[in-house]
Design a protein. Sequence first.
Length: 262
Amino acid sequence: MNTATLEAPVRPVQFTPTPRARTSTAVPPLKTQCTSCHLRDLCLPCGMTGDEMGDLDSLNFGRRKVEAGQNLYLEGDGFSTIHAVRSGTFKTSLMLADGREQVAGFYMAGELMGLDGIASGRHASSAIALEDAEVCAIPYAHLTQVAIRSAGLQQAVTRLMSREIVREHSLMMLLGSMNAEERLAAFLLNLSQRLKARGYSASEFHLRMSRAEIGSYLGLKLETVSRTFSAFQQQRLLEVDKKHVRITDLDGLTRAFEMRVH
């Protein structure tokens, strides 16, 4: 196993910014019932009682379709809505001072985007669909009004804030203390766990993001990401066919991630 030290300095991958004209526009809202949603155990209602979920249903969330390549919102846009992913995959990214794009995260069904806008009233990143997707639009002002009279909802919102903090902390750990193999192993294991929680295969899946986007997120050059995928194949940890990945040795991939502990 390659135990090369962490690459430094990290240089984000060059991207062509997604044009503002591609921003997704609002569609007529469709009532979304949290109580009947198959994602309720992963999304905002997780852990809430039936009565508390009824309070969420009273908000009459809007539902929006977002085509692949469209922006759901842009960095600097005014914040008013939290978006829960119902289907598809998104990336969030921000523009650096020199015009390069830095990928900040990837989101899939049952996960919430837009929490970065709460503090300043403006989104700190852009959200772009990596495939045709659908989201629930949750008006934040209405959500906080309902939360005032619902202890369960207050706890749910706090839990979501905490989850976002943990995600940011995990990314900093990833970029600050792991070499290339450990970073990619951690990324694939995290993706595997999230897909398993949604009822999909934990060992075989299709990557919705490009190698360049993975590299930007992990703080690695494109060439390093491709080379590390090849190394994992040579070590018989996984099989890769373009964007299709099959993990053939989950324990071995876990050891590649845990090397830094030892």
